[in-house]
Design a protein around this ligand. Sequence first.
Ligand SMILES: Cc1cc2nc3c(=O)[nH]c(=O)nc-3n(C[C@H](O)[C@H](O)[C@H](O)COP(=O)(O)O)c2cc1C
Length: 329
Amino acid sequence: MRRPHTATGRDDRELIRMATLAASSHNTQPWKFLPSTDAITIRADLTRRCPAVDPDDAHLYKSLGCAAENMVQAAAVQGIAATVSVDRTDREVRVDFDGTTDPGPTPLADAILTRQCTRDSYDGRPVTPDDLAALEAAGTLGSAHCVCITGADRLGEVAAFVTRGNLTQLNDARFRRELVSWIRFNPATALATRDGLAGRTTGQPAVPTWFGTALQRILLKADTQAKVDAERLASSAGVTVFVTPGDDVSDWVDAGRACQRYALQAEALDIRTAFINQPIEVTDLRPEFESWLGLTDERVHLAVRFGHGAKVPYSLRRPIDDVVRADAI
Ligand SMILES: Cc1cc2nc3c(=O)[nH]c(=O)nc-3n(C[C@H](O)[C@H](O)[C@H](O)COP(=O)(O)O)c2cc1C
């Protein structure tokens, strides 16, 4: 899945391969790709919903936005300029191939292959003002823009929101059941499904699934997770949140695209990123988090911490034939 770009003209399988390397909530990969003459349409695979953490499917459509952004960046390598539109009624994302550009590698397209969510602690080093400016530019796209939070005091306040989010989520049986259903406790299970949250990407030792499931009450404790997240936030150079004016499918796709482009730019600058979305996912916390951010007419959709640090093993992806309409290519 992570071999280098190969195509020189339009190659839909390559574009879809690159799209699937995008981030997705719980690595559900909730997408189906439908190629046509001038476009590839990305549809939600609603069998991969996560109703406990994502009751309105907002994260699902942000994931489609992440995939669309990877496709736009990959198209440039093939000499194609692409534009993204959202059909609010059918809830589809369309990537139109409506222009040409000079073919060849770009830093953001190359970053598709190596970007990852790096959930380990970082080394505490700040990010330079030039790099921060490049990240901010990358995270501004369509109706979305980003707000960067730095400084130990402010990051400590984010950690307090995250702690409250962990308490709510990890004391909710539905949330826990859903999360555990997406954890792949050992490499054999991860390789069988090629989706979900593999233990090796989060630094967990491999255990049989029955054992991991039985032990989740001990392994997934709100106070332990809160401590780990607070340490990881303190090790980070900052947190960036992605914001749009509204809260519908078009906002979600734009926020996903902006966040993915931000992550690609970070990867190109050798900066690590990882999501820290608890203050957004917990319904009661989100308005409080928004007013803490000083937002009045805008909504916050995603939060990532960033900084310098070592990479972790990559997560897997399902084969392209599983995510493309069977008779399409
Ligand atoms: C909309 C969305 C929400 C996410 N929320 C979280 C989160 O709350 N915590 C987390 O650790 N990762 C989160 N992720 C990251 C995914 O778990 C990650 O993208 C997936 O496991 C694939 O791994 P990769 O991005 O390293 O390839 C989210 C990703 C997306 C697109």
